[in-house]
Design a protein around this ligand. Sequence first.
Ligand code: NAD
Ligand code: ZN
Ligand code: ZN
Length: 395
Amino acid sequence: MKAVTWQGKRDITVEEVPDPVIQEPTDAIIKITSSGICGSDLHLYEVFGPFMGKGNILGHEPMGIVQEVGSKVTNIKVGDRVVIPFNISCGKCFMCLQGLQSQCETTQVRDQGTGCALFGFSKLYGEVPGGQAEFLRVPHADYGPIIVPEGPSDDRFVYLSDVLPTAWQAVQYAHIPEGGSVAVFGLGPIGDMATRIAKHLGAGTVIGIDLVPERLARAEAHGVTVLNTNELSDEDLVDAVKQLTDGRGVDAVIDAVGLEAHASPMGKFAQTAAGVLPDTAAAKVFKNAGIDRLDALYHAIDVVRRGGTISIVGVYAGMMDPMPMNTLFDKQIQLRMGQANVKRWIDDILPLLTDDDPLGVDGFATHHMSLDDAPHAYEIFQKKEDGAIKIVLQP
Ligand SMILES: NC(=O)c1ccc[n+]([C@@H]2O[C@H](COP(=O)([O-])OP(=O)(O)OC[C@H]3O[C@@H](n4cnc5c(N)ncnc54)[C@H](O)[C@@H]3O)[C@@H](O)[C@H]2O)c1
Ligand SMILES: [Zn+2]
Ligand SMILES: [Zn+2]
């Protein structure tokens, strides 16, 4: 089959690789029909090199048709239309039973000290082959796959794998009071969707912050008040948010940017160092140092009101990132974060994927491209060229 593979920093190729086969009775094989490219894939593309293996198959936002099931898989059958969550979780353990599927104790990657295994996601998360391919082996298919109805196009459902539950969890963790205010940093797919969900769930003031004109315009078109960090000094940004919130700051902030934030010179050196060191050394630096660019998170701390909540959905990876503990403590800021627990939120989201389309999923993708175009797709998504905000690959 064809698959999108990681070959090195900013080096993605489409290769012919062996078709996946059933290995465990709880496996299934899915024929992929659509597979998203995520901001998290860009971390693998750019900075997570020390944890990638040459030839790793990328992708964790797939959907498709069940091709084959193992003997213990009874919840889905050949021919079903399914979306595959990016978490690989068992559904039976202590963590899964309380809706913390991203911490699944059956699939936790213990040799790396990380949470549940993820599709297409580096050695840190189990190095499981991903879904930007023609076929995908799905471990724990007796729990993971989400059956979706026939009829609407894939775009209606594909975001159940990651974007929708991730943005939904970000909003839930933000604890926005009814009619209250939220500022969302980063208007990529996750932040954009978080603004839509926040409005849908009753937020009064929704502020979107980014620096890419098309992304700001798209959020604005959905009724979000937008601020461009490229056009505002740090102080002006804080002032602008305060002006929109009775001088107080927002009730909640969602940080949908993560470790590769633009603009802060801090952390850049260590991050670059991690990129050029020999692999084992780089992996050590990566795990033991504060390598993240914290620009968005620092701004989040500035614009949240006293007693407010910061919900961090963007990925961070440094062990010792410097944090202004005095301000966090003094402002009594609540922090919540983590990898999305995909299955935890599906029952809340599925009823919204109707012809009325309250979250605007049908027109959410800016690009549909073939697997063969994946190298170009990664490039324009990372460089934010050609209006690329969400790209869905279709084998
Ligand atoms: N927690 C999870 O389960 C989970 C799941 C999916 C994605 N993620 C993470 O969420 C983040 C967003 O994902 P995405 O797919 O939307 O990616 P993306 O890269 O398209 O979006 C990031 C956005 O942040 C903007 N940005 C950069 N620096 C900024 C700054 N200083 N201030 C404001 N905006 C800034 C960029 O212009 C871009 O629009 C990534 O870190 C991704 O890894 C987390
Ligand atoms: Zn993702
Ligand atoms: Zn589990």
